[in-house]
Design a protein around this ligand. Structure first.
Ligand code: URA
Length: 431
C-alpha cells in the first residue's frame, strides 16, 4: 500500500515548530497503530510534541485519530443518563470504589473502566481484586448485565478501546515523553470519549503525590481536557484537587477496600468523604439528576448497589479480605502536632511493601500497604502510633521505613497544603 506521507517529514515539521495538518495527524496515528511508523519515529515525534507543543486544533484531531483507532462503546440502551469519572491518580485515591455505587444508587448509569497501578499509584482494579472471586475482565455483554443488576460497573477497558493510545503510552513511558500536556490530554480523553458515557467528571490531582505536581500545569491539563470533552459532545467538568497528603488513612489495596466500605456504611475519613460527595454532586448535576448522595449512603442504598455490583462480578462481598503477615508500627518519638506527612513518601513506601508493581507483570500483595493513624494537624503524645506498615515479606520493611524518613515531621512548620478542592472547571471553560 502506498503511504500518504513520509514519517520523517512529519517529525521534521514538528521539530521545526510547525503545525501538523489534520491529514498528517490522521495518517501518523493510524500508520503507527498499523506498525508502518516505527517506534523510533514515533518517539522522535512525541519528543518534538513535548518540546514544541500543539495547538487546540492539533490536540483535538490527535484525540479523534486515537479514538478512531478502535471501537466506541454505547450506553444509549439504558433508560438513565450515563456518567463517568476519571482521576489522574494519587496516594490513597480509592474514590471510585464508593463513588460508583453512590451515583448508581441516585439513578445514573456508571460505566467505570479502570486501570491497574504502575509505580507508586495504586490502580482501582488491583484494589477491587482484593475481594475474593471478583473479576475485572468482562465481555461487553457481561458489563451490560452488571450495570442492569446494580447501575454501575468497575472493570478493565477492553483491548479495542483506543489501541493507538495503548501503544503510544507504553512508548512514552520509556522515552521521557509522558509529561507532554497535549499527549496526556489526548491519551486520557481518547479513552474516555470512546467509552461513550454522556457525562464525565475529571479529578485532576496536584501536589507532591500527584503526577502533575505543579498547580499551573494541572490547571492547563484540566482546561484542555474539559474543552476536548465538551467539544466532542461529552458534558465534561473537572475538579483540581489536593494530593499533598494521602487521601484518607489507608494506602494499599485490601485496606483501601475496607476504608471504602466505611464510607458506604456512613463513616470514613472526612477528607475522603468530602471528595466523594463533591464528585458525586458534579456527576449527578451533569446527568441532570436531582438527588442527594449523602441520602444514598444513610439509607443503605449505596451499600446495596455495591453488594450487587461485587456479586455480579463473581466477588463475595462478605468474604474476609487479605491481611498482611507482618506489621511494623512507627510511633511518635516526641509529643507534638504532626506537621508534615507527604503523600509521595507514603505512596512509595506502600509500593515498596508490595502494594504496587515495578514491572507490568509483577504480582500485587493485596494485604500490603500503609495504614495511617494521624494526619497533619493531629496532636500526638510520645509513643503514639503514627502509621502501621503492612507486608507479607518482612524483608521489605527496611526499604519502606527508609523511604518514609523525611516524609513526616512532628512539631515543625506546618506543611504547605492546598485546600482539598482547589478549582472547578465546567462546560463553559475554554482551554
Ligand atoms: N494517564 C493516561 O491515561 N495517559 C497519560 O498520558 C497520562 C496518564
Amino acid at each position: 500500500m502506498s503511504e500518504a506521507f513520509a514519517p520523517v517529514d512529519i517529525i521534521i515539521a514538528k521539530r521545526d515548530n510547525r503545525e501538523l495538518s489534520n491529514e498528517q495527524i490522521d495518517w501518523v496515528v493510524d500508520a503507527y497503530t498499523r506498525g508502518v511508523v516505527a517506534d523510533e519515529q514515533m518517539s522522535a515525534l512525541a519528543m518534538a510534541i513535548l518540546l514544541n507543543g500543539m495547538n487546540k486544533r492539533e490536540i483535538v484531531r490527535w484525540t479523534e485519530a486515537m479514538i478512531a483507532s478502535g471501537s466506541r462503546m454505547d450506553f444509549s440502551d439504558f433508560d438513565a443518563p450515563s456518567v463517568d469519572k476519571h482521576s489522574t491518580g494519587g496516594v490513597g485515591d480509592k474514590v471510585t470504589l464508593p463513588l460508583v455505587p453512590i451515583v448508581a444508587a441516585c439513578g445514573a448509569v456508571v460505566p467505570q473502566l479502570s486501570g491497574r497501578g504502575l509505580g507508586y499509584f495504586g490502580g482501582t482494579l488491583d484494589k477491587m481484586e482484593s475481594i475474593p472471586g471478583w473479576r475485572a475482565l468482562l465481555s461487553n455483554e457481561e458489563m451490560a448485565d452488571v450495570m442492569r443488576a446494580s447501575g454501575g460497573v468497575i472493570c478493565a477497558a477492553g483491548d479495542g478501546l483506543a489501541p493507538a493510545d495503548k501503544k503510544l503510552y507504553a512508548l512514552r513511558d520509556v522515552t521521557g515523553t509522558v509529561e507532554a500536556i497535549p499527549l496526556i490530554a489526548s491519551s486520557i480523553m481518547s479513552k474516555k470519549i470512546a467509552e461513550g458515557a454522556d457525562g464525565l467528571v475529571l479529578d485532576v490531582k496536584t501536589g507532591n503525590g500527584a503526577f502533575m505536581s505543579d498547580l499551573a500545569r494541572a490547571e492547563k491539563l484540566a482546561r484542555t481536557m474539559v474543552e476536548i470533552g465538551n467539544d466532542a459532545g461529552v458534558r465534561t467538568r473537572a475538579l483540581i484537587t489536593a494530593m499533598d497528603v494521602p487521601l484518607g488513612l489507608a494506602v494499599g489495596n485490601a485496606i483501601e477496600v475496607t476504608e471504602s466500605l466505611e464510607v458506604l456504611a456512613g463513616g470514613g475519613p472526612s477528607d475522603l468523604v468530602e471528595l466523594v460527595i463533591a464528585l458525586a454532586n458534579e456527576m449527578l448535576d451533569i446527568a441532570g439528576i436531582d438527588a442527594d448522595p449523602r441520602e444514598a449512603i444513610t439509607s443503605g442504598r449505596a451499600m446495596d448497589h455495591w453488594r450487587r455490583m461485587v456479586s455480579a462480578q463473581g466477588g463475595d462481598p462478605d468474604a474476609p479480605l487479605p491481611v498482611a503477615r507482618h506489621q511494623h508500627v512507627i510511633t511518635a518519638p516526641v509529643a507534638g502536632p504532626l506537621s508534615t506527612l507527604e503523600a509521595y513518601g507514603v505512596g512509595v513506601a506502600a509500593w515498596r511493601l508490595g502494594a504496587g508493581r515495578a514491572h507490568k507483570e509483577d504480582e500485587i500483595i493485596h494485604g500490603a500497604g500503609v495504614q495511617l493513624h494521624a494526619k497533619p494537624g493531629d496532636m500526638l503524645s510520645e509513643g503514639q502510633p503514627i502509621m502501621t506498615l503492612l507486608a507479607d515479606d518482612e524483608a521489605r520493611l527496611p526499604a519502606a521505613i527508609a523511604e518514609l524518613e523525611g516524609s513526616w515531621e512532628i512539631g515543625g512548620e506546618p506543611m504547605d497544603r492546598h485546600p482539598l478542592v482547589i478549582t472547578r472547571f465546567d462546560e463553559n471553560t475554554r482551554g
